[in-house]
Design a protein around this ligand. Structure first.
Ligand SMILES: [Zn+2]
Length: 211
């Protein structure tokens, strides 16, 4: 049994009979990190689909040569596997994940895998409808002054202004702007990546108990 994230029906569990042995039907392509073109049987009411055929649509052989790239890809896949509801198309999640895997496959990418993962985490949160608000207080809606630092509580989904009690973590104005851009597809640097990852993990935990 394999878990697939598909562009058309979202996350789905599939039965791949003798997948690892059946070179004829699956060509040994059922490994994570690659994008496949599949055909399957879907009996109504059945929880599982049955995989008929799988071909490589976009292989990512370079990604699998680096432990750091593999770890970044694996973490993102794990987030999506836990956060994506079954059989619900999530085109933005699909796009964010494909973009990350393509970046991790690019040998000339100058951004580190961990920084790519951190930015993708923020983008995935937005794609799931759990985007962290780096502009406004989640309690009263008051907008933070552009360029100014503000308090943030990712478990509550964004900034918490002083009048509403504030929060432990402070973000500078430039951090807020970098994170907002990353959620829309921008890149982060190594210095700021750990903070972004911390916020992503807090938000995922608050939304779905995802760790
Ligand atoms: Zn407030």
């Amino acid at each position: 049994m394999v878990t697939l994230l598909t562009d058309s029906i979202g996350r789905v569990s599939a039965l791949a009979r003798a997948a690892r042995k059946s070179v004829k039907r699956f060509g040994g392509v059922i490994e994570p990190m690659h994008t496949l073109r599949i055909s399957y049987d879907d009996r109504s009411g059945a929880e599982l689909v049955t995989l008929r055929e799988a071909k490589l649509e976009r292989a990512r052989p370079f990604l699998t040569t680096s432990l750091e790239r593999m770890q970044a890809a694996g973490q993102a896949l794990s987030w999506v596997r836990k956060a994506a509801p079954p059989r619900t198309p999530e085109p933005e999640v699909w796009a964010a994940l494909e973009a990350l895997l393509d970046q991790l496959e690019d040998p000339d990418d100058t951004v580190s895998p961990r920084a790519r993962l951190a930015a993708s985490g923020l983008r995935l949160l937005s794609a799931f409808g759990w985007g962290v608000d780096f502009e406004r207080c989640v309690a009263c809606g008051k907008e933070a002054t552009a360029g100014q630092s503000a308090r943030i509580d990712a478990t509550r989904g964004g900034l918490v202004c002083r009048a509403c009690g504030g929060a432990r973590r402070q973000l500078s104005g430039s951090e807020r702007s970098l994170f907002r851009d990353a959620a829309a597809g921008g890149a982060l640097n190594d210095q700021i990546a750990p903070l972004a990852l911390e916020l992503v993990e807090q938000a995922l935990k608050a939304h779905g108990g995802i760790e």
